[in-house]
Design a protein around this ligand. Structure first.
Ligand code: IPE
Ligand code: IPE
Ligand code: MG
Length: 254
């Protein structure tokens, strides 16, 4: 561990570690291009950032880490890039499984997983089953995920239940909706980090990030270092989350 990283970890308030961190892992293609490589090399390099970020999250006692690995819209990329990404997903989960188990990390899958090709899908299911008993960090992998797909799916489910007379539309609450999302049972992200320098959400967790703290960094995903991650966590700890109240009220409640 570098001296700089040690110092940053020492700066963290261990009592205010976010419970749930979500990340938009962006910038692999630009990273590769800047080095004269093909885009897929950037995705391959990005796997090592996933490895590091997962380990650090687990070491810091973060309970949930939710990673946007492949969006519904990413299916529209050139077929060879999609194929490489699908291959990499299967390869990476298989390679990482022993260490995930050793670190007590539980794998969870969010998205239209049935759209993932058979081979990587089976590897993902295998890893999910193999880590089902783990009680440490829960790593939520968003694959073929988009928030509008997810919310549309909830609307369909609730409309069906209402049409069958199983629920009364008048009694639908925010909790009823949250309980039908793919993230049911998972607390909302406290912090959302996007790498790659874009200031947008790209159809990610729109419902769940209603009160998340947003952090944007220019670091491209393969370059996103442990120090960069710590910077985001320190920045998060310096914010005041008011949830619509006044600052005085927040202080009175603490
Ligand atoms: C993120 O990197 C990875 C995925 C979306 C799968 P990009 O591939 O979007 O990289 P840029 O944004 O083109 O640099
Ligand atoms: C968001 O990145 C999706 C993932 C990181 C998986 P994109 O690169 O697809 O987002 P846009 O197209 O720049 O909005
Ligand atoms: Mg991108």
């Amino acid at each position: 561990m570098t001296k700089q990283l040690e110092q940053k970890i020492a700066q963290l308030d261990k009592n205010r570690i976010p419970v749930h961190v979500a990340m938009i892992m962006d910038g692999n293609g630009r990273w590769a291009k800047s080095k004269g490589f093909v885009r897929s090399d950037g995705h391959a390099e990005g796997v090592s950032t996933v490895h590091r970020v997962t380990k650090l999250s687990s070491d810091l006692g973060i309970k949930y880490l939710t990673l946007y690995a492949f969006s519904t819209e990413n299916w529209n990329r050139p077929q060879d890039e999609v194929d490489t990404l699908m291959y990499l997903i299967g390869w990476a989960i298989e390679r990482e499984l022993p260490e995930l188990l050793a670190n007590n990390v539980k794998i969870n899958l969010l998205g239209e997983i049935e759209r993932i090709p058979e081979e990587p899908r089976q590897k993902l299911f295998y890893a999910r089953n193999a880590t089902a008993h783990c009680t440490g960090l829960q790593l939520n992998m968003c694959l073929s995920y988009s928030s509008r797909w997810e919310i549309t799916d909830v609307v369909k489910k609730l409309a069906t239940l209402a049409a069958q007379g199983k629920i009364n539309p008048e009694e639908i609450t925010e909790d009823t909706v949250a309980d039908q999302l793919t993230t049911a049972g998972i607390p909302d992200p406290d912090l959302l980090i996007r790498t790659g320098g874009e200031f947008r959400i790209s159809n990610y967790l729109l419902w769940q990030i209603a009160y998340s703290e947003l952090y944007f960094t220019p670091a491209l995903w393969p370059d996103f270092s442990d120090e960069d991650y710590l910077d985001a966590l320190i920045d998060f700890q310096n914010r005041e989350r008011r949830f619509g109240m006044t600052s005085d009220q927040v202080h009175a409640n603490n």
